[in-house]
Ligand binder design. Sequence first.
Ligand code: XMP
Length: 338
Amino acid sequence: SWTTGSVIEEQVGRIRAQVGEGTAICGLSGGVDSAVAAALVQRAIGDRLTCVYVNHGLMRQDESEQIEQAFGESTGGAELVMVDAEEQFLAALAGVTDPEQKRKIIGHEFIRTFEQAQEDILRERGVIEGAGGDAHTAAPGHKAFLVQGTLYPDVVESGGGEGAANIKSHHNVGGLPEDLSFELVEPLRTLFKDEVRAVGSELGLPDDIVWRQPFPGPGLGIRIIGEVTRERLDILRAADAIARAELTAAGLDRTIWQCPVVLLADVRSVGVQGDGRTYGHPVVLRPVTSDDAMTADWAKVPYDVLSRISTRITNEVSEINRVTLDITSKPPGTIEWE
Ligand code: XMP
């Protein structure tokens, strides 16, 4: 029978068997999945795990700082390397509008960044010597692992499950380059979110990590409908921060599974403000309730809360002149718009 204790024991054993004498890096996203995956691997192989946080410039307001802070309390002393790769990601995304193409590019940049981080870590540990060159030819016999917080629903929706269609190539399952120089460690592959949260609690992770709402790996990159630019990201970050603050203030964080705020960057709508006509952008609020993200319903957020969010966004974010509410369940709509 399923108990969190037995899952932890079994996964720790599997990780030890898989990694052997190798080293691993774990990309932390700030979410519960990668944090729990990291904590399990830390338990299995100790300081042969290094966590890497890549700031891809697609994070929400103040998020990178919060993640760095929360990390100290959460992974039992594993090392954290922060990589600032904003320029690199935004350059790679320039001109791209297709959602799957965005995921592919973001997944690719993640892996390249992890490989670079891995090489730096191995050089620091003396596993590879000299400067430059390829980490994996330079260290024969050394095995490098990449820890991913892939969950069961990700496997199913990315076409990894039996007979499943590829609904979306979640970057942590479907969008990996073919010449990957890491072997993947995926200790959460058979688990649903509620089980991951139970394992996280049992491992002693703090509540604000265990109960964090899901946030996709490609971040705000798949919440801008159209090309991703820094200017658009800043607009979306401002609107998103207001929505999150008001939902939190209303005590709805655990009722709502997540609430993407989506910027319709290629759409303009006419508005009026003061004596003037405006021609700005709409945003969509997408609050949903769900148990596992496989299905979802639109959340019946109280009108007064919606009203505050709308008023504040249109008052405080000058580029946005319209706030709309998505009232589609999943299926047929997915939670994210891309
Ligand atoms: P959808 O939009 O497919 O989302 O209904 C289901 C859940 O998965 C998250 N999501 C992603 N997570 N990489 C991720 O790591 C992705 O590419 C991705 N796309 C969607 C979404 O936020 C929701 O929780």
